[in-house]
Design a protein around this ligand. Structure first.
Ligand SMILES: [Fe+2]
Length: 261
């Protein structure tokens, strides 16, 4: 290929095939498997052993493939300490510094006046909705547990959103268009923070409508004063449709984290 200044660039056939415009319309940025409880169970996605995860490329690759496809992945046989959990997290990426620090313990003592620090069962939600860019990966490790309860509920929000898109595309569209505020205010001890994140519940790429991020947190949602009243009414109907999908028992994956997992 010759440029106007006479500069010549050569492209290999392999590169041209790889970057061809053919089929670009169907291409997605993030291939993923949408799941409900049955789909996930039937896929028999194995947990990755901690040693293989830390010491081999195959172990890391298996973990990352699971994570990218399903949005969740498990490592087992981890030493149940914060330090060992940190080594694990650093195998994937840099750890992001937040208002909570890099790594932190939490238990049911309501220490930061937040719902996460209670014994209450929480409804499904995504975290850090009040960050301008919510966290992409969260790592949980149960270091110690006595007694009953302590189960973790996982729901694939992308699967739920897909159901809404199929049944009521106008609801999906509204949830992807109306911007909301999610807020976090704390004034406990030395922690004085007021965080606000703005964005829609369903974040889609404008060129292909592909969903890439969900902000769904009924505990942290602020007042909706970003759109006119009649839109707010329709937004609540759309939000209810998504909530109905998120709350279907067949979409619930219950797991029990334990020391080492
Ligand atoms: Fe949470």
């Amino acid at each position: 290929l010759a440029g106007p200044d006479g500069h010549v660039t050569r492209y290999g056939l392999e590169w041209l095939v790889k970057n061809s415009y053919e089929g670009q319309k169907q291409q997605v940025m993030h291939p993923r498997i949408l799941w409900n409880a049955e789909i996930y169970h039937q896929a028999h996605v194995p947990s990755v052993d901690c040693r293989s995860f830390l010491e081999t490329d195959e172990g890391l690759k298996e973990f990352l493939q699971n994570f990218l496809l399903y949005g969740i992945a498990f490592v087992e046989n981890v030493a149940p300490t914060k330090e060992d959990t940190e080594i694990l997290a650093e195998r994937i990426s840099l750890i992001r510094e937040t208002i909570y620090g890099r790594m932190w313990y939490f238990t049911s003592d309501f220490s930061r006046g937040d719902t996460a620090y209670t014994k209450l069962a929480l409804d499904r939600h995504t975290d850090t909705t009040y960050f301008q860019e919510p966290c992409g990966i969260q790592v949980f490790h149960c270091l110690r547990h006595e007694g009953t309860g302590g189960r973790t509920l996982l729901v694939d929000g992308f699967y739920a959103a897909e159901q809404v898109l199929r049944q009521a595309p106008h609801h999906f569209e509204l949830l992807s268009k109306v911007p909301l505020k999610h807020e976090y205010v704390e004034n406990v001890g030395a922690c004085h923070n007021h965080m606000i994140g703005v964005g829609p519940v369903l974040n889609v790429y404008p060129w292909n409508n592909e969903l890439y991020l969900i902000r769904y947190n009924n505990y942290d949602r602020g007042v909706i004063n970003t759109v006119p009243h009649d839109v707010v009414r329709r937004w609540y109907a759309a939000h209810r449709a998504l909530t109905t999908e998120l709350r279907r028992p067949q979409n619930e994956l219950w797991v029990k984290l334990k020391p080492g997992k």
